[in-house]
Design a protein around this ligand. Sequence first.
Ligand SMILES: Nc1ncnc2c1ncn2[C@@H]1O[C@H](COP(=O)(O)OP(=O)(O)OP(=O)(O)O)[C@@H](O)[C@H]1O
Ligand SMILES: [Mg+2]
Length: 304
Amino acid sequence: MRRNEPSEGGQTENRIARELGWVAGENGTGRTRIPRALTIAGSDSGGGAGIQADLKTFTALGVFGMSAITAITAQNTREVRGVHIIPPEMVRSQILAVAEDIGVDAAKTGMLANEDVTVAVAKALRETGITNLVVDPVMISKSGYSLLPAQAQKAVIRQVFPLARIVTPNIPEAQAITGMTITGLKEMKEAARRILAMGPEWVVLKGGHLSGEAVDVVSSWDRMLEIVSPRIETKNTHGTGCTLSAAICAYLAKGMEPLEAIKFAKKFITWAIMNSLPLGNGYGPTNHFYFVREGDVEVTVREV
Ligand SMILES: Nc1ncnc2c1ncn2[C@@H]1O[C@H](COP(=O)(O)OP(=O)(O)OP(=O)(O)O)[C@@H](O)[C@H]1O
Ligand SMILES: [Mg+2]
């Protein structure tokens, strides 16, 4: 039996659904429905960032994950060896296919690869009416590889930022977007204001690249906040940005408002970094499954 069909054991099903954070069914049917999230991003063969990090994060947070792949990267914890960009029409087709059939409660974008793919994604987002959107303006990999040519950066700003509820640049990206030099909190706040003027409802300017406490500046038209966590001394931070934006997207899919979603996502990424995995010889990945606990269902093995 499929989980979202009504069942005789409806009470148990509802309890599990509540625990997983699934929302109650529509039209008083009593059915439960899992939140659905879509990532539009590149594949990281190393499994720590990109589509792979996003789908792991969605799963860890009890959200049904779907993907539209923009590019395939040959990548590990040390380097990006190659990028194969998917034809723009195929990227658009993936978005339309899932939106028209399965439905999307929230979406995120990551690596948009080039100008044509960016334009195709913006078009597909408008066509499908996806508005619960997080935009992670991925430009450079942690290992220093350029993931978005300058021409495409302009297209992301002009065409995708205005569609976003939340934009999540890191410091080098915020510098490229605004032309500012950012060395501390004061400049982060000014840059956040400038990016806000480019169209999104909220900006999360991530402080991962500075030193001291890990402070993210969070800004909307009428609010300016700092979300602070301790800095964890580790080199295993591959995919932190992807994971943070995927967690925000998952919480939006569950029905949270942006600020609440950002706060819970910061908690999620902090735990994931604290328990990061020393895999590979470069920047290892975060641990997406630290939050996942074993269920309380007892299983007995009987000799017969
Ligand atoms: N060493 C750390 N300790 C604690 N939090 C961190 C650390 N490094 C990054 N963060 C947090 O992780 C999140 C992602 O920030 P970061 O600046 O690393 O993103 P990014 O550069 O886009 O990452 P990526 O390389 O995956 O693209 C932010 O909330 C940031 O504050
Ligand atoms: Mg990033």
